[in-house]
Unconditional design. Structure first.
Length: 234
């Protein structure tokens, strides 16, 4: 290729040389060096970004795994879209609830004597068959050794219990126990009326107990007994 001059510069065989633009300023080696410098500088940045993203994804996945394992271990997991909780849930913010359904234990066998109510499982009980004698409703966390209500609750907590007890031709009453201990002086009945004789024959006695733990094995129980029946014939 012929040599061409542009002022003090010349272009020969594809190279630009001269006092201002020379081989060392713009050339294949410099372009390669610049490209290598760019790639060398860019690669760690990209790798760091990728590492950060990967780390975040792994951390999120690990957090979900721990939460799921904790849910399965402590609450029984997720059953048909419903979270089954077997431990207290503390909410420290506003909670907007649209609907609440509660599971009740239904017993078809006639009861009498001591009946354990496992409040860690649920707090609503329906006895479909009238009792054959007076009933003692024993409030516990569960029916296993060590499953006491005292261990289940902490001081200052309250739990509410509902019991539907149908009556036959003879109405029987229900006493209330906590962890096998009869509760008398610390029970306060609504309207100051203690239903000593039970409810109404052929009706349904609905017992409600609100149990406030005020110390170790010490409770205040607000109780009520409401009778539901067909009423007098017109």
């Amino acid at each position: 290729m012929a040599t061409q001059r542009i002022g003090n510069n010349r272009i020969t065989d594809g190279e630009v040389t001269g006092p201002k633009l020379g081989l060392n300023s713009i050339g294949a080696n410099n372009f390669t060096s610049a490209a290598n410098t760019y790639i060398t500088a860019a690669t760690p940045t990209d790798a760091t970004q990728n590492t950060n993203i990967t780390t975040a994804q792994n951390s999120a996945a690990a957090a979900f795994t721990r939460a799921n394992n904790s849910l399965n271990a402590n609450t029984g997991g997720v059953v048909e879209g419903a979270v089954v909780m077997t431990a207290p849930l503390a909410v420290r913010s506003n909670l907007n609830i649209q609907t609440v359904t509660e599971t009740a234990n239904i017993y078809s066998t006639a009861v009498f004597g001591n009946v354990i109510l496992a409040l860690a499982n649920n707090t609503t009980y329906y006895f479909a068959t009238p009792p054959t004698a007076n009933v003692t409703l024993d409030l516990r966390a569960n029916d296993q050794p060590g499953g006491s209500l005292d261990a289940f609750m902490v001081t200052g907590q309250m739990i509410s219990v509902g019991v539907l007890l149908p009556q036959g031709a003879t109405a029987y009453r229900a006493n209330v126990y906590v962890d096998g201990v009869l509760q008398t002086a610390n029970v306060r009945w609504a309207g100051n009326v203690n239903p000593l004789g039970g409810g109404t024959a052929n009706g349904i006695d609905v017992y409600n107990f609100s149990v406030l733990k005020r110390g170790a094995n010490s409770y205040i129980i607000l109780a009520s007994n409401t009778v539901f029946a067909n009423g007098a014939s017109a």
